[in-house]
Design a protein around this ligand. Sequence first.
Ligand code: ADP
Ligand code: MG
Length: 501
Amino acid sequence: MKKPYVQLVDICKSFGAVKANIDVNLDVNPGEILALLGENGSGKSTLVNMLSGIYAPDAGSIYIDGQKKVFTSPQDAIANNIGMVHQHFKLIPVMSALENIALGEKSGFLLNKKRIEKKVFELEEKYSLNVDLNKKIYELSVGEKQTVEILKVLYRGANVMILDEPTAVLTPQEIEKLFVIMRNMKEAGCAIIIITHKLNEVMEISDRVTVLRKGKSIGTVETKKTNIYELTEMMVGESVELEIKREKPSTTSQPMLKIRHLTKKDEHDVKILNDISFDLYGGEILGVAGIAGSGQKELCETIAGLTKIDSGSILFLDEEITGLSPRAIIKKGISMSFIPEDRLGMGLVAGMNIIDNVLLKTYRETEGAFVDRNYGKKKAEEIIKKYDISTPSVNHIVKKLSGGNIQKVLLGREIEMKPRLLITAYPVRGLDIGASYAIYDMLNEQKAHGVAVLFIGEDLDVLRELCDRLIIMHSGRIVEIVDPIVTSKEEIGLLMLGADS
Ligand code: ADP
Ligand code: MG
């Protein structure tokens, strides 16, 4: 058998006390797509960052085409024809796509524009990529930006392509396009490493899968000889029930929440919420899908009273709540566990322990003006037990918990408040599969208790399985409200792009 083109051997990397990679092994051949699978924090980005010269390993070796290499900078990796498309794009917004692609070209851009353009056209042709090269980066959609990143790497002549969670930001249609491009690169003999935590993508696109768990490479398997159950087990170390149980909704006859003609403009007078109207019933999970920035965040924030609207109304049990303070809204039984980009930004105070975080919300339940710490301790212990939170103690500082446990503290505290309406946005972002399913179960239980649940999500498979109805947003508008049982992922994807059916 021929030697693998890229070989990482016993790679170790620590950041202070955090062992991000422990004796990790990985190899990839030309004309092969290797999926690097692992939960959040398992060390995937760290590993590929060493292959692309961003970090130097503490120990271990990198071989390219059989030769041992030491990369001291990204330029070293580029010189060895290794290219990486990062999780967060590294493009210059005010420059055109073409200028970004040719960045780093030594000779003058203007003098060579024709030649550069010709080369990029040829690449576009060869790999079926397509983007308007004269547009500025800020004018491009997320999918187009990613295409520019890929072109940039190909332009430099990469024959090893690393893609770090490339699908996280794409619609189903864009993902299919990306997969076509990847298959073309594979045909052309590229060695490709794709990082993802989505199992269906691994099954669809990869030839082999290397699984990382807690910084260690657990094993490598051939995709056609494995299945999502085996991969999950490798990822989390135990088998996990991979089904969301959708109970029939038993909705109230009257809507719990009525949203009417909600409109909100941003500082540039652009409507970030544009005439939003819908009803939410008790006993149902109403999902919200949309590409990032379609107004989901603003919708949550306006219902929760965190931000003002320009026009429209919000009725909770037929009572106008528009313009009330968040505290007044919470008092009515509306609970919000909205996870912004950073989980600790809202709802939990990072530097406080679990008891204090619980008290933050629940002390109003207890009698008298004193904050009853015994009550807080009891409640925190209940939550820890009920939601299976692993923490050394109730006195543990919240920010030192893992993402999944932080999320369970937040959601557990909200649910203990016995809300009638629960708004939750991206509650499983960054959580492992086991913790994610625990959260889905928590939401289903709330639904069974007659709570009205508004669920803003990003994984279309999950949205379709969990939700009873699904609102699809685009550019601040509701494009359509669909029945997820009879609407395909592709149809939902098209609607997310703004196509009215
Ligand atoms: P993944 O890409 O699989 O989600 P990462 O490689 O980003 O995982 O992270 C692995 C671990 O290393 C995590 O615990 C993360 O917090 C830590 N880590 C990653 N980069 C750094 C850094 N620059 N400084 C400190 N810790 C880091
Ligand atoms: Mg990562």
